[in-house]
Ligand binder design. Structure first.
Ligand SMILES: *Cc1c(COP(=O)(O)O)cnc(C)c1O
Length: 405
């Protein structure tokens, strides 16, 4: 008789037991302050609400400056412009990330160079990043994928050895810390997204943080059509440096206010997510051939955008991923999939002369994508979900014979 739900057995996770935290979060208090903000007419142009959030978020991460913008794609673009990355330059990027990381490089006319990832943390492979450096390389964009931190100690050492700049893509990393200091405060610039699904979520918006006053001033001018932070909109001031391409990437006061309020609860939220992660990390050790995405080597606090678990031990070699996924889903477990390598993404439409894949390709990124399942962070809020996930994975493992016949 079959045990697995996919073959007619009972589900490991009964319908409705796996509980999501409703996301994005809402509060009456924030609704009231949004109403006041609306009535105040201070909606943009470096309003107090924007400045407050910039200061709070920079301080939270141990950086000096925050530059608030409309989304986490233009923050990457603005950062590259401020760093002086130009057409003909190369920028090293990990193969496994959201397409925006790569498109930002294209928007400034530079060439993304795809580098493979680390099998355990899913972040850029530092040795391969170093091997991909050429005389044209200007910057590296480590992505703290799903909240597990790239090796910032190694990357900052490589950057100073070759005189490169580091732009941390922290879109998945709200609240994460590396040796006590916030993500984004290690590189020359850190870029965050606050799109609706992220761990701080305001619908849209993003921020760059930096401790370099020159980069901060340039970032501000890039986002505000060339105005200095110290000039008032519409009034005479100092002109932007010659050749600095400036845009309108301004954000909205209302989203900044939502984020200021959410930031107050971030530590507590990450605490809950961390509890979930620890339970699964400990429980999964006994399940042959299944592992979770590893934490960053020196991360003192993990951020969480998604939680990833991987079926890649030899025990699973003969079972296709689709079959494992269907079996897990039938048990009631969440079985999202990681981004594929960017160059295989449906939206990726660069021509061959617009990017580089170094010799040897990115087999680890392809492997990880092929054998990994994930769930977004709001599924990690309830501790009980961790036990349920383990129960489903264990059941599939104990009865994997049913999947090979
Ligand atoms: C979400 C995301 C971005 C872009 O953020 P948007 O605010 O959606 O433009 C950039 N990089 C990564 C890794 C992301 O996940």
């Amino acid at each position: 008789m079959s045990v697995l739900a996919i073959n007619g057995g009972q589900r490991a996770i009964p319908e409705g037991e796996f509980k999501d935290l409703p996301w994005p979060p809402v509060s009456e208090e924030t609704a009231e302050s949004l109403k006041q903000l609306y009535l105040s007419r201070a909606w943009s142009f470096n309003s107090k609400a924007e400045q407050d959030f910039e200061n709070e978020f920079a301080a939270y991460n141990g950086a000096k400056y925050g530059i608030f913008m409309m989304n986490g794609t233009v923050t990457l673009q603005a950062a590259l412009i401020a760093m002086g990355v130009k057409p003909g330059d190369e920028v090293i990027v990990p193969a496994l990330t959201w397409i925006a990381t790569i498109m930002a490089v294209c928007y400034v006319g530079a060439t993304p160079v795809f580098v493979d990832i680390d099998k355990d943390t899913f972040a850029i492979d530092c040795q391969k990043a170093e091997e991909a450096i050429t005389p044209k390389t200007k910057a590296i964009i480590p992505v703290h994928l799903y909240g597990s931190m790239a090796d910032l100690a190694k990357l900052t050492a490589i950057a100073s050895k070759y005189n490169l700049q580091i732009l941390e893509d922290c879109a998945h990393m709200q609240g994460g810390k590396w040796m006590g200091k916030g993500a984004g405060a290690w590189g020359d610039i850190g870029s965050y997204s606050f799109q609706q699904s992220k761990t701080l979520a305001a619908g849209e918006s993003g921020i760059c943080i930096t401790s370099n006053p020159d980069l901060a001033e340039k970032l501000y001018r890039v986002k505000h059509i060339g105005y200095s932070r110290y000039d008032k909109q519409g009034q005479a001031g100092t002109p932007p440096p010659q050749g600095l391409q400036c845009h309108n990437f301004r954000g909205l006061a209302m989203t900044a206010k939502i984020l200021s309020d959410q930031l107050k609860g971030l530590d507590e939220l990450l605490e809950r997510y961390d509890q979930f992660a620890k339970i699964v990390e400990e429980g999964i050790v006994d399940i042959p051939g299944v592992r979770v995405q590893a934490r960053g080597r020196l991360a003192s606090r993990q951020g969480y955008y998604a939680f990833c678990y991987v079926f890649d031990g030899p025990e699973w070699d003969n079972i296709p991923t689709g079959k494992i996924q269907a079996a897990l889903a039938a048990e009631g477990a969440p079985t999202g999939r990681t981004y594929g390598p960017v160059y295989s993404h449906m939206l990726f439409n660069l021509t061959a002369d617009q990017y580089v894949i170094p010799k040897g390709g990115c087999p680890v990124a392809e492997h990880v994508h092929d054998r990994t399942f994930n769930m977004l962070h709001w599924k990690m809020y309830e501790k009980n979900n961790a036990e349920l996930l383990l129960k489903a994975i264990r059941k599939i493992s104990d009865n994997k014979k049913e999947l090979t016949v």
